[in-house]
Design a binder for this molecule. Sequence first.
Ligand code: HAM
Length: 420
Amino acid sequence: MSTFQAPKGTYDLIPPNSATYLAVREAISVPLRNSGYGYIETPGFENVELFARGVGESTDIVTKEMYAFETKGGDKLALRPEGTASVLRAALEANLHKGGNLPVKLWYSGSYYRYERPQKGRYRHFSQVGAEAIGAEDPALDAELIILAHQAYRSLGLRDFRILLNSLGDKECRPVYRAALQDFLRGLQLDEDTRRRIEINPLRVLDDKREAVQEQLIGAPMLRDYLCEACKTYHEQVRELLTAAGVAFEDDPKLVRGLDYYTRTTFEFVHDGLGSQSAVGGGGRYDGLSEMIGGPVLPSVGWALGVDRTVLALEAEGITLDIPAATAVYAVPLGEEARRVLFGKVTELRRAGVATDFAYGGKGLKNAMKSANRSGARLALVAGERDLAEGVVQLKDLASGEQTPIALDAVVDEVRRALG
Ligand code: HAM
């Protein structure tokens, strides 16, 4: 193993591509910030118990994929595999739910860790931008979140994604369904692991990707036939609100999701250009999670969009984001005196808000101009002894090659004018 190799299942974000990641995070957060969501940041690790109780003891995420460890002080911690449990824990700890202003709407952006088998679109370290609306049961809130994610993807120019929608019922109707499903599943030819799953988490069996399993699932009882009146009405309202907003979705009665906390509304954004790791985002309502982690009743809903997969989706659709060059002006000094004077001008330009860079390291003119072109700058400022003696620097348009002398004491104004 080389010392210079990132750990398996991880990769670095490096310029220029890293700019796309920043732009994606920005694009996803804009609609949230515009809709009353406040920014929250929680630690990269939590007590392992939080995820065991929140995400679910029987989920793959907790049993197989969690980076859990014991500290020297004996604390049992885990790198966060997802954001929802942490955000709810933080909201409860800060008593945000007691401010008399429900729902508490929060958004976040950060790194998450799952010990998964790495493949394209599936990493051990990945990033999500997420949103949680805590403490309100209102179909309009579920609809709002789906509409905002849709808006975010659209603002990036994505078109080939679909929204899958389902309801998982609530604590009244789901247990009845669960029992009916278990009865059905116990009669099938399934391997040991899957049989065990029937007893712990039968709904996940529906999600099994293997054909031999899927074939046997034909005729399985469907949750939608077991939904209670309250859940049916709630779901119908979410669907109507989405339709009224012009957001197309597909009903997917088999959509289960990999986390245990969901109730009622669940959804996934899938992109058709991504192969097997097609879920670019997902979420749903989690009315029981607060109680599962020891809090009060706080019906809530949220989602998280995967930044890595969203970038892959952009690539799949051939979309290049319009990211302005990081540098607008590149300064090239010729000689010691010019270096001192031009560096001063660079500082002035930066203080005036003009993105400026400088040819460091005493490069010759040819190399310095190469760097100027590579930087993406529109303008170069070039100065040698003779220019300084005349009180000017040369302002060069890097696209046209046109060069004009400008007064040293008017550099900021002249550059601004030239940039338009
Ligand atoms: P999730 O479906 O587990 O949900 O993850 C959301 C998104 O994160 C996925 O759709 C995917 O784009 C991305 N993602 C997950 N695992 C990986 C991975 N190993 N590599 C790359 N990308 C990945 C949650 O995490 C829930 N907390 C969402 C939520 C928020 N539900 C309610 N509120």
